[in-house]
Design a protein around this ligand. Structure first.
Ligand code: MD6
Ligand code: FE
Length: 217
């Protein structure tokens, strides 16, 4: 039996390999989705969502917070990982057990059996919010994959190649979908299109959350 047999009965879409080392796992997080949303609510009480500023001075349209040992922050001085939340001055809230188990299981299902995340960045998108094409390269451990979990309203994910100008494929990511990627495509450009005016989900209304689990150091 392969790990993918665990998907039976959860979702009629099959795992899809979108590049060398990169997989979309439809519905992989569905069994834990409510628990994950409750945990996001709790985390955001201790470490509130905020719109960060890029080094170039732009306010990001996605609101962010983090949990675990390291959170991702940006301001006029650059992008980096930080052990503490610059808004509260405190350590980030702990990585909930449900987060940790999901990240490890999803990585394993995608062929990364040794993944243990060091932190989780939480993005919150409201209508019109987006994430322009970028690479995730602030991590020192590029051999580790990134595990990305979508919750709430559906959104269009853009997945390109090693160069910014490479053509991008579009994937609709729904509540409970997980994307895992590393290996040869670890530094591929990607982003999300603006959250649509009518995009919504019964559990979150017109809001999408994205969790990305990372190994940083
Ligand atoms: C998002 N995701 O889905 C934005 N980065 O809201 C990312 O930027 C991302 O999904 C690295 C790996 C997986 C991702
Ligand atoms: Fe990214």
């Amino acid at each position: 039996m392969s790990t993918f047999d665990l998907f039976d009965g959860l979702d009629d879409r099959s795992p899809e390999r979108i590049a060398d080392g990169a997989w979309v796992l439809p519905g992989f997080a569905l069994p834990r989705a409510r628990e994950l949303l409750r945990a996001i609510e709790q985390i955001s009480q201790a470490a509130p969502f905020r719109h960060q500023t890029t080094p170039g001075g732009y306010r990001m349209s996605a609101a962010m917070t983090s949990c675990g040992g390291l959170g991702w922050v940006t301001d006029r001085s650059g992008y980096r990982y930080s052990e503490t939340d610059p808004v509260t001055g405190l350590h980030w809230p702990a990585l909930p057990d449900a987060f940790l188990r999901l990240a490890i299981e999803a990585a394993e299902a995608a062929g990364y059996p040794a993944f243990v995340p060091q932190g989780c960045l939480i993005n919150r998108y409201e209508t019109g919010a987006r994430m322009s094409l970028h690479q995730d390269k602030d991590e020192e451990r590029l051999e580790a994959p990134i595990v990305s979990v979508s919750l709430g309203a559906p959104m269009t994910f853009l997945f390109g190649g090693p160069n910014r100008t490479d053509p991008t494929a579009r994937y609709r990511l729904e509540h409970g979908d997980v994307v895992v990627w590393g290996g040869a495509s670890r530094l591929f450009f990607h982003g999300v299109a603006p959250l649509g005016k009518r995009a919504e989900h019964p559990l979150t209304g017109p809001v999408r959350y994205n969790l990305t689990f990372r190994r940083v150091r």
